[in-house]
Design a protein around this ligand. Structure first.
Ligand SMILES: NC(=O)C1=CN([C@@H]2O[C@H](COP(=O)(O)OP(=O)(O)OC[C@H]3O[C@@H](n4cnc5c(N)ncnc54)[C@H](O)[C@@H]3O)[C@@H](O)[C@H]2O)[C@@H](O)CC1
Ligand SMILES: Nc1ncnc2c1ncn2[C@@H]1O[C@H](COP(=O)(O)OP(=O)(O)O)[C@@H](O)[C@H]1O
Ligand SMILES: [K+]
Length: 498
């Protein structure tokens, strides 16, 4: 599990650590890590032209000390002093090593730009002259290394209030900051490098958590030797309508590929015909009325993709939500719930998987505001509605009250295509049916979906069905294809031993 922290959390840990170390130690650690990354990007350090953008705080100090190390190795390093004051000791050391104070025109000639304008001490949108400098630096085209945080990105939230550095690499000190992992901040961060300055044991409980491949390997359900299709987990899917048949096909496909022991599909004639044609594995109930009475037992439900939003769909949704198993609600199911919040009154768990537009309708917010501050809104929704919320989009985040919000880091913008969300709902639903909690099913589902999306795309457009098809491969890439050993492998043969 990777973890990330807000600016205040980092500052608190830094204070504790600093009190135990000689003054300036942390900044020296930060600067040497930063200089090493800069040197790697320059290739040949000797003669390389580096321009530091230096703000008035310790972020500028980091840049100056790193500039000193590069100047000592023969780089031609200039510092643009942008603040009303400058880190004094850092500037003196920089100049002693041969660094020069330069005009912003030096940016034109830079092989590498170091953004030391503001770090975790920033507040609000960048003021002048920082704003203008950032726009100039972004326009040059030379690689930019951001110190700690790309200036203009809110370290705690990832919000971007105006101009912000587009970093090639962000060298962050001590621990990941939440804002580097969540869009729009994440899109400004480039490659993220962590420099260990010894903060580890002083950090509090994290603000957000990021699942890694190793976590997935531990969390993904695997069939035990004595299992059967029922014990592996049966998923019910209430999705699709006369108008939207494809959503049902895609949700069922995602569920089958993500390991449901069985999928029970319930719908009307047109989607039933399609599901039957695509997935002979699915067990089908043709509904002549909006009731799940004859569907049979399931361990979880997916409700909503392509279901429609009329009275028929409402009644079916009410029936599904009256069951005593976990329900994942997506798409039209969310529209129904937005109109009738009473539907959410149930004791069994609920996972909702909205995109920003759907969440906007659910909590009465603006879609753009949600995309600009997704952590704030996903947390507010989880608290207000009392459910687990997976908010989709360029950064997918999963919130549940009193748990660290999980941020998904797999995925590709190629996933932004119609129907991929339906596949995700089937996948996460299958994980719910296999016994994962809403929190784990959502975050593992998002991780796998992102990985499958990347594999399906391979740098080219994908269709939603390709994502479902790529899920087994994505799982193999996590588990190494390891399965429960079969009896023929565990019976030791006498003849082999002799
Ligand atoms: N505190 C520590 O122990 C360490 C701090 N480090 C560095 O120090 C940084 C934090 O330093 P500071 O606390 O001095 O803060 P910063 O250097 O991030 O920013 C503070 C300065 O920026 C100005 N500023 C704030 N918001 C602005 C805006 N919107 N537009 C223009 N100017 C703005 C403030 O007036 C202040 O002068 C970290 O990000 C990191 O780079 C590292 O050296 C590691 C150790
Ligand atoms: N820019 C992006 N980068 C990565 N993934 C994205 C991006 N935009 C959308 N996605 C993902 O694509 C899927 C789209 O789902 P959704 O909006 O429900 O579409 P649909 O309703 O057509 O299935 C989600 O999993 C979402 O996280
Ligand atoms: K910075």
């Amino acid at each position: 599990m990777r973890t990330a922290y807000t600016a205040d959390q980092i500052r608190g840990a830094e204070h504790e650590l600093m009190a135990r170390l000689p003054e300036g130690t942390l900044m020296q650690r930060a600067a040497s890590g930063l200089a090493a990354v800069c040197a790697g990007l320059l290739g040949a350090v000797y003669g390389g032209r580096v321009v530091l953008l230096v703000g008035s705080g310790d972020n500028g100090g980091d840049a100056l000390y790193a500039g000193r190390l590069l100047a000592r190795r023969g780089a031609r390093v200039g510092a643009v002093l942008a603040g009303s004051r400058t880190h004094e000791a850092g500037l003196a050391a920089f100049v002693r090593a041969g660094g020069r104070v330069v005009d912003r025109a030096a940016l034109e000639e830079a092989d590498l730009i170091v953004d030391g304008l503001v770090g975790i001490g920033a507040s609000g949108a960048l003021r002048e002259p920082y704003r203008e400098l950032v726009e100039e630096a972004n326009a040059i085209g030379a690689p930019i290394v951001a110190v700690d945080v790309p200036s203009g990105v809110d370290a705690s939230t990832g919000q971007v209030g105006g101009a912000a550095v587009h970093a090639t690499v962000t060298v962050t000190m001590g621990a990941y900051k939440t804002g580097l992992l969540v869009d729009p901040g994440a899109a400004h961060t480039g490659v993220l490098e962590l420099v260990d300055i010894g903060l580890g044991s002083y950090l509090p409980d994290p603000d957000v958590a990021v699942l890694t491949r190793g976590d997935l390997d531990l969390m993904l359900p695997r069939p035990g030797q004595e299992t059967d299709k029922y014990r592996r987990g049966v998923l019910g899917v209430a999705a699709g309508s006369d108008l939207y048949t494809g959503a049902a096909v895609l949700a069922v496909g995602g569920a089958l590929r993500a390991g449901a022991g069985m999928v029970r599909y319930a719908g009307t004639e047109p989607p039933v015909t399609q599901v039957r044609a695509h997935w002979p594995e699915a067990v089908i109930t043709l509904l002549d009325r909006p009731s799940i009475e004859n569907v049979g037992r399931v361990q979880a439900w997916v409700l909503g993709p392509g279901l429609g939003t009329g009275d028929w769909a409402h009644e079916l949704a009410a029936g599904v939500l009256a069951s005593d198993v976990p329900v994942l609600i997506d798409a039209d199911g969310l529209t129904l719930v937005a109109k009738d919040k009473e539907l959410l009154r149930r004791s069994a768990p609920v996972l909702i998987t909205p995109h920003a537009g759907e969440l906007a309708r659910l909590i009465g917010a603006d879609r753009g505001d949600i995309e600009a501050a997704r952590l704030k809104y996903v947390r507010a929704a989880a608290a207000e509605l009392g459910v687990t919320v997976l908010l989709k989009g360029s950064t997918t985040v999963v919130a549940e009250d009193s748990r660290p919000t999980r941020v998904n880091v797999t995925g590709t913008p190629w996933l932004a295509s119609g129907g991929t969300g339906d596949v995700l709902s089937g996948m996460a639903g299958a994980l719910l049916a296999q016994g994962l909690s809403c929190y784990d099913a959502a975050s593992c589902g998002a991780y796998l979906h992102g990985l499958a999306g990347r594999r399906a795309a391979g740098g080219a457009p994908l269709a939603a069905a390709d994502v479902a098809a790529a899920v087994p491969d994505a799982i193999r890439s996590i588990t190494g294809g390891s399965t429960t050993a079969t009896r023929d492998e565990t019976i030791r043969h006498e003849d082999r031993r002799r």
